[in-house]
Design a protein around this ligand. Structure first.
Ligand SMILES: Nc1ncnc2c1ncn2[C@@H]1O[C@H](COP(=O)(O)OP(=O)(O)O)[C@@H](O)[C@H]1O
Ligand SMILES: [Mg+2]
Length: 321
């Protein structure tokens, strides 16, 4: 039997919702039982604690001090259904979710779920969003690494910080998003010292190779030309994002406008006017049209307004590019 002190400690930690203290005490009970020769009971208690720890992990844990300010943690609520990508890419996103939902089953067969993803493609096509979707669908936090802040002139320091991030992946499960990855992966170094930058990249590749946590490493970049073959090989999958085709544009417009879509949709016109726009731009144009409808007390978006919003977005691109 557990000692009186252990029982009291269990109750106290339960009452104060200090689960870590609770588990520690429970393990002390197990050790106590083992010493009394109750090996089977000790084993059972330890098994229960391990299982409970796994299932009731607090969702977002604290990163160590030296990483605070470099990592942003959140619990996204972006469902998979909001993500509009071509079906082949969608299936690959779904595959990650499916594999991670059944990690234990795969592991029992000596297999690992795919967990190192490189996302490549033009701005506004859903790379960052996909990291949010994965975190939401798997009900794990999203940890966004502020790559631009981690990468400093001091390469040794940069590599040390990256190592600390990878160290955390075991203890703080989640989707680790390295957005604007080319700041690490490309030659776009702050002082143009390509050799030094290469060393940071090599360090990153070593970390990613050694990492055997269950966390997902999700790197995203707009500039694939900066990243080389050797790098792509380290990933379990490379997601190529692209501007939306007709089917995707249609789905996106319907998704965003919902029941406020214009009564009669002239798809030929809308598809022509949304041509060359990214998902992000189409999303914004639709929201602008929604706002107009709301402000003028209309239940539905007017077709002409929607067209105008697309025109506005398109003229913005042509004036920039
Ligand atoms: N594929 C997509 N499907 C649905 N919405 C999208 C998509 N891509 C972008 N968006 C919208 O645009 C916003 C910005 O996109 P983001 O994921 O940051 O693009 P990227 O990281 O590729 O530059 C998203 O939050 C979302 O509202
Ligand atoms: Mg992005």
């Amino acid at each position: 039997m557990a000692t009186a002190d252990q029982i009291k400690a269990l109750i106290r930690s339960h009452a104060s919702e200090n689960s870590e203290q609770f588990y520690t005490t429970a393990l002390q009970v197990a050790a106590h039982e083992a010493r009394l020769g109750h090996g089977a009971l000790a084993h059972d208690i330890k098994g229960l604690v391990d299982k409970a720890r796994k299932e009731h992990r607090p969702v977002v844990l604290q990163f160590p001090k030296e990483l605070q300010g470099f990592v942003l943690s959140e619990e996204p609520s972006v469902p998979r259904s909001a993500l509009v990508v071509e079906s082949a890419l969608g299936e690959r996103v779904d595959r990650i979710v499916r594999e991670h939902r059944q990690t234990e089953k795969l592991k029992s067969h000596g297999l690992m779920p795919r967990r190192r993803i490189m996302a490549v493609g033009p701005p506004g096509t859903g790379k960052t969003m996909t990291a949010h979707v994965l975190a939401h669908e798997l009900r794990i936090p999203l940890h966004t690494i502020q790559v631009d802040r981690i990468v400093t002139k001091f390469m040794g320091e940069t590599a040390a910080k990256l190592r600390r991030v990878f160290d955390q992946m075991y203890d703080i499960p989640g989707v680790y998003l390295f957005d604007e990855f080319d700041a690490i992966g490309g030659a776009r170094s702050l002082d143009n010292d390509v050799g030094e930058m290469r060393r940071v990249l090599n360090a990153f590749l070593q970390f990613i190779e050694k990492d055997t946590s269950d966390s997902i490493v999700f790197c995203a970049t707009n500039s694939p030309q900066l990243l080389d073959e050797a790098l792509f090989r380290r990933y379990d999958d490379v997601f190529h994002f692209a501007l939306p085709g007709e089917a995707e544009r249609k789905r996106l417009i319907q998704n965003v406008l919902g029941t406020s879509v214009p009564e009669k949709l002239d798809w030929d016109v809308l598809l022509a006017k949304s041509h060359d726009l990214s998902q992000a731009e189409i999303d914004l144009a639709c929201r602008d049209a929604l706002k107009e409808a709301i402000l003028s007390g209309e239940e539905r978006v007017e077709h002409a307004v929607l067209e105008r919003m697309f025109d506005e977005r398109r003229s913005r691109i042509s004036s920039v590019g």
